[in-house]
Design a protein around this ligand. Structure first.
Ligand SMILES: *[C@@H]1O[C@H](CO)[C@@H](O)[C@H](O)[C@H]1NC(C)=O
Ligand SMILES: *[C@@H]1O[C@H](CO)[C@@H](O)[C@H](O)[C@H]1NC(C)=O
Ligand SMILES: *[C@@H]1O[C@H](CO)[C@@H](O)[C@H](O)[C@H]1NC(C)=O
Length: 685
């Protein structure tokens, strides 16, 4: 016994030594990193700083911020500059002490991914207010500790800041962290009434069916499986319906803050993105397996990817999530605008619109179906394409996840049984002698590709998720939280798709809704996928050598869609998810008094937009005090667009050749000259 104890001690000492060594190596590394950062703070020509694994490369050191070109690509959308966030209660909506009158407790269990969780939380808060109930902090099912996440967190707190949530809504709804003891006990014994609520339940469903049960039992459980539980557009005859909408805005845009560690890392990533001192584009591909399956886009991929999508689609058809046939003509779907724009197509749009090859693009998305392969063309067109992984260290991400128990992954997923070929007996007894050697014993079949899709060729049934996969799903929520912050703050946002696997507004839609609320004038492109596919078909066989006419039509389209896409969202997205288009309820107008006289002759485009978005509420007076000085020149963006006649078929050349020859300097210069010309011409007027 004693000897054993000594040995344990010995090996422990060794471990301590090893850990010490690793730690000191690590601190050395950090020192180097810090030194780099502080010394190379200034960016030079052909930029020299390295931000983690990203080494920004720029064409020139100076980045003109005053050119018309800059304004066209990065400047605010003039027509929306007077739109401001205002989610405060208006008029006679009572901000009473909600704790004084409660009809009972509402306990909520939420299923789904990032955007579904967000939608659901806003809905349940609104429902609690509607019923004068006390809300227990919702349980997010994909982040409970049975899913392999760290036990440091209690579901909601894995993603969001509980205290901030409760404090921000203190005037609206009474929120508690847990059920009182006796009710908890009843819940465990499954004695409390439970409702599985549909996606867009009417408020009258709650008032007529849930309320009486709530009053009787003083507690109900709501199970929210579909990413929402209250109509997006509330019936106009419902009392205070606009106030409930504004409450949803207060929840989504103010009360729901990410957990501090997540927020901090997101801020760090943002800081690293901004380090080169240039604006950036955030791009959300929106290519999830569910969405592709739902919209029948399998054939846009190949091989195993097609199989995987089809597999999901047949699963969805079986469950009635999708109606229609299993086999769909994906090319037709794409032409009708029902499939996501591929990264290559988005890249072409951006290049055609005028973004140069050294533009910084942050690719978001916890899941990009098809993997890095689909992003290759984008990387070829743009030098500085980054994502979460290139701007964080694995160490930083691990810290985010908390202490997770080790999962022994030694047992690879057992493959479905394969029929053994029983030929040995026959071989022994038949045929002439001498014989060849018997066949080698069949090797046990194991999936050569580590991971999730090995089963597809072997089996019709998708295997159960392993704990590891469940854990990755939870991590995905954190990644998407970071992407959400980046997408919100980006100078330009563009998404390849705005629908999820249920045909409802997706992650990107929520980001766009939040941008519309918080900073409406920031550029958010909403290309019309049908139009875009038509445009791309035109240059189908010479994608990278478009002529001037074509470029012009792309630019016109992109500019037009800045506003048209917004108006379209108000009719197509808002009825499905209020958060994807929280206007006009949560916005107000701030106009300087001289605005109207300026466009006296005709109705200003500004007022047209406002009419379309139906915003009439004037911002409260305190907002007027810090009226920003509008830029004096009232250049029309339209004029700017008509103007750049210099671009030609050369436009894409550089990117294509650069990656073959590795150099492409001469083209570099050519394009630089083109850009200069473009700017000059813009400036002359
Ligand atoms: C909730 O409280 C308000 C204010 O006290 C009251 O007007 C309303 O009728 C109550 N609603 C329900 C469903 O109890
Ligand atoms: C430009 O390209 C489009 C599409 O390839 C073609 O239809 C059009 O005729 C071309 N225009 C000129 C002026 O070359
Ligand atoms: C509006 O016009 C008046 C005079 O017509 C001027 O005094 C005032 O400064 C102008 N306000 C703004 C915000 O330009």
């Amino acid at each position: 016994m004693k000897g054993q104890g000594k040995m344990v001690l010995n090996s422990r000492l060794k471990w301590v030594g090893l850990v010490g060594l690793v730690l000191s190596a690590f601190s050395l590394f950090i020192h180097f990193l810090l030194a780099r950062f502080t010394e190379d703070g200034v960016i030079e020509y052909q930029s020299s700083i390295t931000v983690f694994s990203w080494r920004p490369i720029f064409e020139s050191a100076n980045f003109p911020r005053t050119s018309p070109m800059y304004r066209r690509l990065w400047g605010p959308i003039r027509h929306l500059e007077s739109l401001h966030p205002d989610a405060n209660p208006r008029g006679n909506y009572a901000v009473t002490d909600p704790s004084s009158q409660t009809n009972g407790f509402i306990f909520v269990r939420i299923r789904g991914g990032f955007h579904e969780i967000r939608n659901s939380i806003c809905d349940v808060v609104a429902v609690s207010r509607l019923l004068n109930a006390t809300l227990v902090i919702p349980e997010i099912q994909s982040t409970t500790s049975s899913k392999g996440i760290s036990s440091d967190f209690k579901s909601f707190a894995y993603l969001y800041n509980e205290d901030q949530f409760m404090a921000a809504l203190a005037k609206d709804v009474n929120i508690v962290k847990t059920l009182p003891k006796n009710l908890k006990w009843a819940r465990r014994k499954k004695e409390i009434p439970s409702f599985k609520v549909p996606y867009s339940a009417s408020p009258y469903y709650y008032l007529n069916q849930v309320l009486s049960v709530l009053k009787k039992h003083s507690v109900v459980e709501l199970v929210v499986p579909e990413g929402g539980c209250l109509q997006a557009i509330l019936p106009p005859e419902l009392e205070h319906n606009e106030e409930l909408q504004r409450l949803r805005c207060r929840v989504a845009f103010h009360a729901l803050q990410f957990r501090q560690e997540v927020q901090e890392l997101a801020t760090k990533v943002l800081f690293r993105l901004r380090a080169p001192g240039r604006p950036f584009i955030a791009y959300d591909p929106g290519m999830t397996r569910d969405a592709l399956a739902h919209h029948g886009c399998a054939e846009l991929f190949q091989d195993v990817h097609t199989e995987l999508i089809q597999h999901k689609r047949s699963w969805m058809i079986k469950r009635g999530i999708v109606e229609g046939k299993l086999r769909v003509n994906s090319a037709k779907q794409r032409l009708s605008g029902s499939c996501p724009l591929m990264p290559e197509e988005v890249g072409i749009l951006l290049r055609a619109h005028g973004y140069s090859w050294d533009t910084i693009i942050y690719v978001s998305g916890g899941e990009v179906f098809g993997g890095q392969r689909t992003l290759i063309p984008l990387h070829a067109m743009f030098e500085n394409v980054v994502d979460r992984t290139s701007l964080t260290t694995p160490w930083e991400l691990n810290r985010l996840y908390g202490h997770e128990a080790n999962i022994i992954t030694s047992s690879p997923r057992t493959p479905p049984p394969i029929e053994k070929e029983m030929k040995h007996e026959a071989w022994k007894t038949s045929g002439p002698r001498p014989r060849p050697l018997p066949p080698p014993p069949a090797r046990p079949k194991s999936y050569n590709i580590e991971g999730w899709w090995g089963w597809v060729a072997e089996s019709d049934n998708e295997p159960e998720s392993t704990v590891m996969e469940l854990r990755t799903n939870a991590h995905k929520l954190l990644w998407e939280a970071i992407d959400y912050v980046i997408g919100l703050e980006a100078d330009v946002f563009i998404s390849g798709f705005d629908r999820d696997g249920n045909g409802r507004p997706n992650f990107a839609s929520l980001v766009m809704g939040h941008r519309l609320y918080q900073s409406a004038a920031l550029k958010t492109y909403r290309p019309d996928r049908k139009e875009v596919s038509k445009l791309l078909e035109e240059i189908h066989d010479h994608l990278y050598h478009a002529n001037h006419t074509w470029l012009k039509s792309v630019r016109k389209h992109m500019r037009k869609r800045l506003l048209d896409g917004l108006i379209e969202a108000s009719t197509k997205s808002k009825p499905l998810s209020f958060l994807s288009h929280p206007v006009p309820e949560c916005s107000c107008l701030r106009y300087d008094s001289n605005e109207t006289s300026f466009h006296a002759s005709s109705p200003s485009p500004q007022s047209q937009v406002q009419a379309a978005l139906r915003v009439v509420h004037r911002c409260p007076a305190w907002m007027d005090s810090d009226l920003i000085l509008r830029s004096k020149d009232k250049d029309n963006e339209e004029d700017l667009d008509e103007d750049d006649s210099t671009s030609s078929g050369l436009f894409f050349r550089r990117s294509g050749e650069n990656h073959e020859s590795g150099g492409g300097d001469s083209n570099n210069k050519e394009e630089a000259q083109l850009d200069d010309l473009e700017e000059l011409e813009g400036g002359e007027r």
